[in-house]
Design a binder for this molecule. Structure first.
Ligand SMILES: Nc1ncnc2c1ncn2[C@@H]1O[C@H](COP(=O)(O)OP(=O)(O)O)[C@@H](O)[C@H]1O
Ligand SMILES: [Mg+2]
Length: 276
């Protein structure tokens, strides 16, 4: 599901983190799916966008990442997959340090992580079913994963099941450019699930939808995540979504880690003062 730009991404050499990566730190004693330590990011020697971030997310937890515009949420999420190369720090995903991984290892690691963007990046002129089937490319290669008409029957059936699980089986043959925004985002979710990911990262997955469609898609998204027992880190600028759908909320302010609390214990009014 990653674009060509990502596939050809060449991270700059970064000695501080490469040394750590060569040690290939493994968290044998930890059940955290994401473990971030001392993560910092500075773009082009300007101000620090992320400063010394630490947190971990245990397997199966759904975490909302909140913060004002420009606070570094997208940068943090992209660093988690090394779509952006951190300036320093450690990122252990699924027990493996990803800083300094080679191209092939990084690709294998990314294949285990579903990524849902605000803009869904579907192939507009192809059918819904073919787009979902593309999720299989994370774990299988070959031309037969490109079009549903050429797909292995087992893959086509699995893609149909994923579509069914997001309530869109009836639109399998439709071109994506004929879908509503909410339907498109459901297809993107089905495609991410088709990867059989171990965890999912989502950057404002419903920000482009109207409030009602946004609620529907978040509801469905979290149900699928919980049904499949996946770990989730999602960025949201919608506090109600963070409080309703996350197990835990973490907050950034000006690139610094500022809040870490169970979603149920938070008072929405005090959060609104900080992040509303
Ligand atoms: N590629 C980049 N080059 C330089 N600055 C960037 C780049 N990407 C993001 N930034 C800056 O980093 C800060 C955090 O951006 P971002 O992570 O997108 O914030 P958020 O997702 O919380 O709105 C912003 O000031 C933004 O302008
Ligand atoms: Mg953002």
């Amino acid at each position: 599901m990653f674009s060509d730009a990502v596939a050809t991404f060449q991270p700059p050499v970064c000695n501080e983190v490469s040394v750590r990566a060569r040690e290939n730190v493994r968290t044998a004693t930890s059940t955290a799916d994401i473990e971030i330590t001392g993560l910092s990011k500075t773009f082009d020697n300007s101000r620090r966008v992320l400063q010394d971030i630490h947190f971990s997310i245990p397997q199966g937890q759904a975490v909302a990442l909140i913060g004002h515009n420009g606070s570094g949420k997208s940068t943090l999420l992209r660093c988690c997959l090394r779509l952006i190369q951190p300036s320093s720090g450690s990122i252990v995903l699924l027990g493996k340090e990803i800083i300094g991984l080679g191209k092939a290892e990084l690709r294998d690691m990314r294949a285990q992580v579903g990524f849902v963007f605000q803009r869904h990046n579907l192939v507009q002129r192809l059918s819904v079913l073919t787009n979902v089937l593309h999720g299989v490319q994370a774990r299988k290669k070959g031309l037969r994963t490109w079009f549903q008409s050429m797909a292995m029957q087992e893959d086509r059936e699995e893609a149909m099941a994923k579509l069914q699980s997001v309530g869109l089986a009836h639109l399998a043959g439709q071109r994506v450019d004929q879908l509503s925004g909410g339907e498109s985002q459901r297809v993107a979710i089905a495609r991410a699930l088709m990867q059989r990911p171990k965890m999912v990262l989502a950057d404002e997955p419903v920000a482009s939808l109207d409030p009602r469609a946004g609620d529907e898609v978040m509801n469905l998204f979290l149900r699928r995540i919980k049904d499949e027992g996946l770990t989730l880190l999602f960025v949201s600028h919608n506090l109600d979504h963070a409080l309703s759908y996350a197990d835990r909320i973490i907050g950034l302010r000006d690139g610094k880690f500022e809040l870490d609390a169970p979603a149920k214990s938070e008072n929405i009014e005090s959060l609104r003062e900080l992040y509303g």
